[in-house]
Design a protein around this ligand. Structure first.
Ligand SMILES: [Zn+2]
Ligand SMILES: [Zn+2]
Length: 106
C-alpha cells in the first residue's frame, strides 16, 4: 500500500508500506508490488510460505484483488492467495536486490 497522504509524483521508498505488516520499504526491503499499489515484503512472504492457512471462505486477495478460495495467508490487514505467494517469491528470486533465492518453502 502507499502511505496515506504521499505525493504520487514524488514517491520515496518510505512511501511504500507492506500491506501485511505495514513496515515501509526502507525497513522491510525487498518488496514485491502487486496490483493497485499493494505490496508485500520478503519477511511476510517467508512467513506466509512457512505457515499457509487452510482453504477458507472466498476472499479477495490483497495483491491480485481476485476472489480466491485456495490456501491463503492473512494478517489483520490483508490476505494473500497461494498463487501470489508463489509468483512473488519468483519475482524476489530474480531480483538481484531480493536476495537471489526464493524464500524458504516456496
Ligand atoms: Zn511485510
Ligand atoms: Zn492473489
Amino acid at each position: 500500500m502507499h502511505r496515506p497522504g504521499c505525493d504520487p509524483d514524488d514517491m520515496r521508498e518510505s512511501d511504500f508500506l507492506c500491506d501485511f505488516c505495514h513496515r515501509d520499504w526502507t525497513v522491510a526491503a525487498p518488496f514485491v508490488e502487486g496490483h493497485h499499489g499493494s505490496c508485500i515484503c520478503r519477511h511476510c512472504l517467508e512467513t506466509a510460505a512457512l505457515a499457509p492457512a487452510p482453504a477458507s471462505d472466498p476472499f479477495h486477495c490483497s495483491l491480485c484483488l481476485e476472489e480466491r478460495r485456495d490456501p491463503a495467508w492473512s494478517t489483520t490487514s490483508a490476505r494473500l492467495c497461494r498463487r501470489c505467494l508463489v509468483q512473488s517469491a519468483r519475482v524476489l528470486a530474480r531480483d538481484p536486490d531480493g536476495g537471489g533465492t526464493p524464500p524458504a518453502g516456496t
